[in-house]
Design a protein around this ligand. Structure first.
Ligand code: ZN
Ligand code: ZN
Length: 408
């Protein structure tokens, strides 16, 4: 179990390195009710770092399940103004925002997918302004995880030590078991930055992904795209890390220049449902066909959220020897699984992956090829035999990945 000093060190790391809270700033924490101890540790770390106020927004999937089962659907799809305002308030007041992601991957497996997507569509629409601001780094935010029983049981089924085992995996991925986690993170960031620099200097026009499972996909990159990694700069000029752990280097694909077919490399857990063994076909950047052995309705709901969920908004490179990939554990949680495998995202592109993108309008971003949507959902395509070749404007090529690992 992550507890005692490890838990408080973990909380400190998130406040200092994750959101990099500055003296006098407000902090909001979104946390599952089962992890009250973690919310307490984060709150203490926040005040110790000089937070002016720390507020906790509780999440509870069991309560949500009751609402999905019994509540009036029109009420479920209506987000009160106070709730929308309370999110936008965080941006107005430059709060730091920590989201604790520890969902039961199958919490809503018996709820009809149409119902779940009707609600998530309504939520995404009502909170678009807030999520746009988050994706443009208008505030400093960080997504992190702690183990919960239901999640651990899914990762390590029929194992009485499931929570302990998941805790060890998280400690390893977060480098909490290293002598000085902060220093270990600085070293890691330097490696990611040097790879991002290589990719930025190369100015590729396309990346070609190919795997023996059938993936054969050309992903065009947006004009003026920027490869980004762990450390990002917020609007106020202060650096932060939006995801912890993070192993990825990512940028914006061109919304109209994606061709071919991709096959999933891992299940995707979205909205309390599992989508597995899926395949998506693209033409001129748009999804023209898709199938899934498991969770077809959930995939269909995701792709049909809005016009932007039929196109890509992120392409990310991660080698198969990243600490998370090497653990060989399937986490059923995108925060971890996406850091074990090359991935793509359906939906909105991060404006920060375009040069001066945070100052451009949605129209201007779209002109450069950066996609817009109310959603952004990552899914994994990195198999152990994946090859990735970068193609420049003059048609010269550089192999970036061979057998699932960096070769540059
Ligand atoms: Zn990503
Ligand atoms: Zn993403």
């Amino acid at each position: 179990m992550i507890k005692g000093k490890v838990l408080s060190d973990y909380a400190k790391l998130i406040i200092k390195v994750g959101v990099n809270l500055q003296k006098g700033q407000g902090l909001e924490i979104s946390c599952p009710t089962q992890k009250r101890d973690f919310a307490l540790a984060l709150t203490k770390a926040g005040y110790n770092a000089g937070a002016s106020i720390v507020r906790v927004r509780w999440q509870d999937q069991e309560l949500d399940k009751l609402s999905y089962t019994y509540a009036d659907i029109s009420e479920l799809c209506h987000l009160p103004k106070w709730l929308i305002d309370s999110k936008n308030y965080l941006v107005e007041k430059n709060f730091c925002y920590v989201a604790v992601s520890a969902d039961d991957p199958e919490a809503f497996k018996n709820i009809p997918a149409e119902k779940l997507f009707a609600v998530s569509k309504a939520r995404a629409k009502a909170l678009k302004k807030f999520s746009d601001n988050m994706m443009a780094n208008a505030i400093r935010w960080c997504v992190v995880s702690v183990p919960t029983l239901a999640w651990a049981k899914k990762v390590f089924p029929n194992n009485k030590n499931a929570v302990k085992l998941l805790s060890e995996q998280i400690e390893n991925a977060m480098r909490l078991n290293q002598e000085n986690p902060s220093t270990a993170w600085q070293k890691h960031i330097a490696v990611l930055n040097s790879r991002a620099k290589f990719l930025n200097d190369a100015e590729f026009e396309y990346l070609h992904f190919k795997s023996s499972n059938g993936t054969d996909l050309m992903v065009g990159l947006a004009e003026n795209h920027v490869w980004t990694s762990a450390l990002e700069k917020a609007k106020d000029g202060v650096y932060f890390m939006a995801n912890m752990p993070t192993e990825e280097i990512f940028t914006a694909p061109h919304r109209e220049r994606v061709f071919g077919i991709l096959k999933s490399a891992m299940p995707l857990c979205s909205n309390g449902q599992i989508i597995d063994e899926f395949s998506i076909t693209f033409k001129d950047g748009k999804i023209v066909d898709y199938s899934a052995k498991k969770g077809y309705e959930a995939l269909k709901g995701l792709i049909n959220t809005d016009s932007g969920t039929k196109r890509l908004g992120e392409v990310a490179l991660i080698g198969k020897n990243s600490p998370i990939a090497k653990s060989n554990v399937l986490f059923y949680n995108t925060l971890f699984d996406e850091n074990a495998s090359c991935h793509l995202a359906i939906g909105k592109a991060y404006p920060t992956t375009i040069k001066n993108g945070d100052k451009l309008s949605i129209k201007e971003l779209e002109k450069l090829g950066a996609n817009d949507s109310r959603e952004h959902e990552d899914f994994m395509i990195g198999t152990p035999d994946l090859s990735v070749v970068g193609i420049k404007k003059d048609k010269s090529t550089i192999t970036l990945f061979s057998d699932g690992e960096w070769v540059i």
